[in-house]
Design a protein around this ligand. Structure first.
Ligand code: SF4
Length: 717
């Protein structure tokens, strides 16, 4: 479908005719999904929107149909017409989703109609964490919160948010600046701080590199489960599909190095089961072979960089990586001799030396000379205009929260994803949450000022990575179901009450700031905004220039292998395709989606190798106690034939204390037992540095697995 035809398709649907369909008096909940029998036959409409379930920012289109629901009015049951959202798909015009979506994007509709959504602002009525709140009206909530904010030292306000950028983060930045508070900070988990730092170190770029795998002939990926839970899975899955099957006669080869048999590993031609923390040594060993054996000419790598690879002790690097020398030499030769070679680097599991490891892997691309080349590495596509002026960045949190008088929590759930912050958060005088559900962190707040669902709000999102500069937009097209309010509107209101009036950054104002910035056809500002609204975003057609610099500082050492007889196993909590870092566990569709590794549903197991299972005398479905210096958990075991001996992995997503009826009290949270040592370059919590010991469990837990083969004592044997 081309742009023009697509405009026609959504043209009549963007006028907001549906916004009046759901009255505020309707407090009864629509069934979780409106069944087909309640759909009134008639025309469907498709509206552009954007998925906010992860930072990737996939553009979507949303199918809306007229439907009915039964409500009680003065004791009588009446049928009320509503606009029912039936389906979400990828927006075919969007350069990130390209018309595709992952399971989380598809399931977002369940969040809209979820029976546990917060229906209005709440004030804490019981002890923190008890979940005991009273419903209040917005005027009461905003006036009381503003009164407290007026009396605090504004420099001691901490605003916790995600790494996502767009109109919401820009309005929050204005709010904080106007009241004299410090800029927003991320929680250091799932914020790609490591990858950003590595991009700066390797290329001098401010943002994540874009890997052109679709045009590569050989891809070596190190540390990033790019087809699973890392970064932008839809974007890279599409590109991977093209690399494999999109070019007649050319099938690109994928070699994947990771300490877990992840989704990317099992899609690869060859998996390199690197030791946990061995990624840096692996990159150095490969670079050593390329330079020492003169396998590839490149004028992109400076002499000091080449010398750093030459000086690497190859045998020691192979040993630290946990891989045989021959295997590494073979991969280095194949990579360097391929027509369009590429190294994709990231840290699905952050360890103490992850920034240096990702940097070293990125720098292999300089040796290969592929920066700016077809099938190589492209610089981040930064958006013109002022929207990116204040990107939320990580700042050491324990210290900040320790001194804070007020913590505001927007779009993150720190007591789940970073539970080590619980102690310091408990001492904060005032905690305000903008969550739409009573999640683990909202339960510890004093006030909850619930945000709209993403399908009810208007927002512009800058994708985490995009081939060209992009602002993906979601104009509001259904009236909010409940008495929720868009967080940017709440911030504007609070600023006004604090005598610090600000203008919100709206989707239209963001589009207006982009008019005349790109190479798109000439149009008036009004036409430009109208076109962007209809197509679901503004996407520049041209790539940014590929200017880069080569680093001259030494590459630094890799982390030495760790051994601790008291805690003999490396512990790897990892983000999953279905839950990410646990943000979507409240959606039953995702709870029912078989886990890609174990095929488990409604609970997630701890994965151990067959030899360890035999030693501990456990089989699939038995329970294991996983004990770290910081805590312990008990979970069902999955004997994973591809698990590396000495390495225990566990998917993130279960173990929420409070997160609606489908996730609360379900399973265990692997992040609850990690030792959050700081990552060496950035200070973010290196949650992959934890060591554990294992004991046979004592509780009975059900492990329901979808695939019969996974239920066998020794699956896949
Ligand atoms: S990758 Fe999936 S969860 Fe992330 S924005 Fe795209 S559809 Fe949503």
């Amino acid at each position: 479908m081309d742009r023009r035809n697509f405009f026609k398709l959504v043209g009549t649907a963007s006028g907001g005719a549906l916004t009046g369909a759901c009255g505020k008096q309707a407090q009864e909940l629509i069934p979780l999904l409106v069944p087909a029998t309640e759909i009134v036959p008639g025309a469907e409409e498709w509206h552009p929107s954007v998925c906010s379930s992860c930072a990737a920012g996939c553009g979507t289109i949303v199918r809306v149909m007229q439907a009915e629901r039964k409500i009680e009015v003065e004791g009588e049951t009446v049928r009320q017409p509503i606009a029912a959202i039936k389906k979400i798909e990828g927006n075919p015009l969007d350069p990130v989703s390209g018309g595709r979506l992952c399971a989380r994007g598809q399931a977002a509709v369940q969040g809209l109609y979820h029976p546990d959504r917060l229906t209005g602002p709440r004030r804490r009525a019981g002890a923190r964490g008890s979940g005991d709140f009273e419903l209040v009206d917005w005027e009461t909530a905003l006036s009381e919160v503003a009164a407290v904010l007026a009396g605090v030292d504004r420099r001691r306000i901490v605003y916790l948010t995600s790494a996502g950028m767009g109109t919401g983060s820009a309005t929050a930045a204005r709010f904080l600046d106007s009241i004299g508070a410090p800029p927003a900070t991320t929680i250091g988990v799932n914020d790609f701080t490591v990858e950003r730092r590595a991009s700066q170190l390797a290329f001098g770029w401010d943002g994540l590199p874009v890997y052109e795998i679709q045009d590569a002939t050989y891809v070596l990926s190190i540390g990033a489960d790019f087809l699973g839970g890392w970064a932008s899975p839809v974007f890279y899955s599409r590109r991977f599909g093209h690399m494999r099957r999109g070019r007649p006669g050319i099938r690109g080869k994928l070699v994947h190095a990771e300490s877990r048999f992840s989704q990317t590993a099992w899609s690869a031609d060859r998996w390199l089961p690197v030791a946990p923390g061995g990624e840096h040594a692996l990159a150095m060993a490969i670079g050593h072979v390329i330079v020492s054996d003169k396998l590839r000419e490149s004028d992109q790598a400076g002499e000091s960089l080449r010398q750093a690879f030459v000086a690497t002790d190859f045998s020691a690097a192979c040993k630290a990586s946990g891989l045989e020398e021959k295997r590494i030499r073979d991969v280095a030769r194949e990579l360097a001799s391929s027509m369009s070679p590429l190294v994709l680097a990231g840290a699905s599991i952050v360890r103490p030396g992850s920034s240096r490891a990702v940097t070293a892997a990125n720098e292999l691309n300089l040796l290969l000379g592929n920066i700016g080349a077809k099938g190589g590495v492209m610089p981040p596509a930064s958006l013109p205009g002022g929207l990116t002026a204040e990107r939320p960045a990580y700042r050491p949190l324990e210290e900040q929260i320790g001194k804070a008088e007020v913590v505001m929590i927007d779009g993150v759930n720190p007591l789940y994803a970073a539970p080590w912050l619980a102690g310091s958060l408990a001492k904060v005088e005032l905690v305000i949450s903008f969550a739409g559900f009573l999640d683990d962190s909202a339960a510890h707040a004093d006030w909850i000022l619930p945000d709209h669902h993403e399908l009810e709000a208007s927002a512009g999102v800058i994708p985490l990575m995009s081939p060209t500069p992009a602002l993906t937009g979601a104009p509001a097209f259904v009236k909010p179901l409940h008495e929720t309010r868009a967080t940017p509107d709440v911030l504007v209101d609070l600023a006004r009450r604090l005598d610090a009036a600000i203008e919100p950054v709206t989707l239209d104002s963001a589009y207006a700031s982009l008019h005349g910035q790109g190479t798109d056809e000439e149009s008036t500002p009004a036409d430009f905004i109208d076109q962007a609204r209809r197509q679901g975003g503004w996407w520049e057609r041209e790539r940014p220039a590929d200017a880069h610099r080569t680093r001259t500082e030494p590459l630094g050492d890799w982390d030495p292998p760790v051994s601790d007889p008291a805690y003999p196993f490396a512990f790897q909590p990892y983000p999953t395709l279905q839950f990410g870092f646990g943000g979507e566990s409240h959606l039953p569709w995702l709870q029912q989606l078989p886990d890609p590794a174990s095929s488990a549903v409604w609970n997630l197991p701890v994965e151990v190798d067959p030899a360890t299972a035999e030693q501990l005398d456990v089989r699939n479905g038995d329970t294991l106690r996983v004990i770290s210096p910081s805590g312990e958990l008990e979970a069902p075991v999955y004997v994973n034939p591809a698990a590396i001996p000495g390495v225990v992995s566990m998917p993130i997503g279960q173990g929420h204390g409070t997160f609606g009826r489908y996730a609360s009290g379900q399973g265990a949270n692997p992040l609850s037992i990690v030792d959050p040592v700081p990552e060496q370059e950035t200070g973010v919590p290196a949650f992959g540095a934890t060591r554990v010991r294992l004991e046979k469990g004592t509780t009975k837990q059900r492990l329901v697995q979808y695939a019969a083969v996974d239920r066998q004592p020794h699956p896949h044997r």
